[in-house]
Design a protein around this ligand. Sequence first.
Ligand SMILES: Nc1ncnc2c1ncn2[C@@H]1O[C@H](COP(=O)(O)OP(=O)(O)OP(=O)(O)O)[C@@H](O)[C@H]1O
Ligand SMILES: [Mg+2]
Length: 265
Amino acid sequence: MDPKITKADEEIQKIISKKRLKSVEDRRVGSEIFDEQTLKTLYKLANHGYLTVLNGAISTGKEANVLKGIHEDDSRVDSFVAVKIYRIATSDFKKMQYYIQGDPRFNVKSNNKRQLITSWVNKEYRNLLRAHEVDVNVPKPIIAMNNVLLLEFIGDDLGNPAQTVKNQPPIDVDEFLNKLLIEMNKFINEANLVHGDLSTFNILNKDEKPVIIDVSQSVVRDHPIANDLLIRDINTIFKEFKKMGASADLEEIKAALNLDIDLTT
Ligand SMILES: Nc1ncnc2c1ncn2[C@@H]1O[C@H](COP(=O)(O)OP(=O)(O)OP(=O)(O)O)[C@@H](O)[C@H]1O
Ligand SMILES: [Mg+2]
């Protein structure tokens, strides 16, 4: 396993292994991975009943750690959840500001980093909800609080997370691409969003069906940078799927997305 993930796992085990998150004693556990505010937010989520157990890291990236947690629903049935935690220290604020500016849904004027992250996490929540509402295959968002986002866990019943398409290329590339184009069509034309970082890194392969993730940077279609992002996304998908052996050409992809734009970059 990636040493960063092993390290994160040890940290989480320190925080939770013996008891449930609700325990007051847990508060004293020091953490290199989580800062004070992140720990507080996790406890708050636990106290509000959104999270009962945190058990292991799925991914430790540049800006966010994704962990697996357990969530108890209203009928007291446990299910896995994904817990995406933005790291305040390593977040790219320039990028966040660039994407948030011009989005009519957000009015972030301040340079306060925490506020910017909170808006960023909120943006990911709202983008997921918007896509979920028109039936795009995305993880259903549960709640956003400060720098933490809880979302539906994509994986099997045993808690094994689905792999990215990058790590687990589809068995039938053409069929998978067709399914992806249906999801992208809804994302673009019904949710009216542009992903902005679409690639095989941000699409999970869940039993040979695509699940689109990582939508914090996604923008509404009338955002000034939306068209440039859309053209880039489509070209990336075209190139990456071509490499995996897909037979579709760019014109076919454009047609499947009902788009009438010039895709040359
Ligand atoms: N809902 C989910 N269910 C299961 N696994 C998930 C889920 N969301 C994310 N992951 C896993 O976590 C990884 C990182 O998630 P995501 O792409 O959303 O974060 P990121 O913003 O790319 O993080 P960074 O840029 O810091 O690497 C994914 O590649 C996937 O393996
Ligand atoms: Mg990602």
